[in-house]
Design a protein around this ligand. Structure first.
Ligand code: DAH
Length: 348
């Protein structure tokens, strides 16, 4: 054995011994660099070729290359062994399949829809039908049939979105009273939740698209007392058992008599104060206004072919944003349409 061969086999021996102790890929790479890298041990030996007698040089090159090949394959075997060991340890890991997974993120119900659902549930329980109507309405249904004559201020283009001279985005849900009464004879007990549109400038209290719920009850002996009882029940469903309802005389063309509806302010339970301060929700009156109502005007009954001498009934219309703003203590109506997740999640 030449000196060169002795050196190489000692080097291989050391590499083999060190490889046996290697436990991860980084240590393996370190070994490769130290033995076979550009300034590694083999390179040092290769440099020695120049000092050999010329006739020995070609053979020395071959011997070194053969040794390098053997060392490379020893490294490859070690890479393989490490890979297997890693896989094995992964396979033997125990996974607790009974642990709960990460919670799934779900959407939430919009506060307006939630209020709508609560109102709907209450009236369905009482036997009312829940109807929906077109948002594009004839101006005849939106105004004329509701006893709003052509020269009435509510007709002004300023207040309504006209699509054609005879078509309008309904300015309230009341035209569904007319459609429902034309569709079927009395008795009638319906509610109509839905969107309405007005050409209002958007601010903290106004949107040009908002929601109402209309109510209509027609029969042979329906009176205002039924309306008060039913609305009181509705408010108790929404805000709790201590709600009261009061009527204030008012005017609507399609009702006579007409009344504005107030209910106990849920923010201060009707006291007008919260702690030492004036209640923000009702401004200190203890009441909040929720909509309009009245006994259906004889002209409206006649318009749909009913006989005002034989049937009577009441109607009401309430703003759903109003309910939701009071329920969630909001003071800016624009929040309903801004789709801020943090706001929507509060009412999930
Ligand atoms: N339609 C009215 C409005 O949008 C609200 C209203 C008042 C509806 C009296 C009614 C009613 O059914 O009887 O302002």
């Amino acid at each position: 054995m030449t000196d060169l061969e002795t050196n190489l086999s000692a080097l291989e021996g050391r590499l083999t011994a060190e490889l046996a102790g290697v436990a991860d890929e980084r240590a393996l790479e370190e070994l490769r660099v130290r033995y076979l890298g550009r300034s590694g041990e083999v390179t040092t030996i290769r440099r020695g070729i120049g000092a050999l007698p010329p006739q020995e040089r070609p053979n020395a090159g071959k011997v070194i290359n053969a040794a390098v090949e053997r060392m490379e394959s020893a490294l490859a075997v070690a890479v393989h062994r490490l890979g297997n060991a890693q896989l094995e340890s992964q396979l033997s890991e125990t996974i607790d399949v009974t642990l709960p997974g990460p919670p799934a993120r779900t959407g939430s119900i919009h506060p307006i829809r939630r209020v709508m659902q609560d109102v709907g549930r209450y009236f369905t329980r009482l036997g009312f039908a829940v109807l929906q109507g077109p948002e594009i309405e004839t101006d005849a249904n939106n105004f004329d049939a509701l006893n709003i004559p052509p020269d009435h201020p509510a007709r002004e283009g300023l207040d309504s979105f006209y699509l054609r001279p005879d078509l309008v985005l309904r300015t309230h849900t009341s035209p569904m009273q007319v459609r429902a009464m034309r569709e079927s004879g009395p008795p009638i007990a319906i509610i109509v939740p839905g969107k309405a549109y007005r050409r209002d400038a958007v601010d903290a209290r106004h949107l040009y698209q908002f929601h109402q719920v209309e109510g209509l009850m027609i029969g042979s002996d329906i009176h205002f007392g039924h309306l008060k009882g039913i609305l009181t029940g509705m408010m108790r469903e929404l805000f709790g058992p201590n709600q009261e309802v009061r009527f204030r005389p008012s005017f609507f063309p399609f009702t006579e008599p007409s009344a504005e509806i107030d209910t106990t302010c849920p923010g201060c339970a009707g006291s007008g104060t919260r702690g030492d301060a004036t209640c923000r929700t009702c401004g200190g009156s203890g009441w909040i206004e929720i909509g309009g109502s009245g006994m259906v005007h004889p002209n409206v009954l006649r318009e749909v072919g009913y006989d005002p001498e034989k049937v009577a009934g009441w109607a009401f219309g309430c703003g759903l944003e109003r309910f939701a703003m009071v329920r969630y203590e909001m003071n800016d109506i624009r929040e309903f349409v801004e789709n801020t997740p943090s706001f929507l999640e509060q009412t999930a």
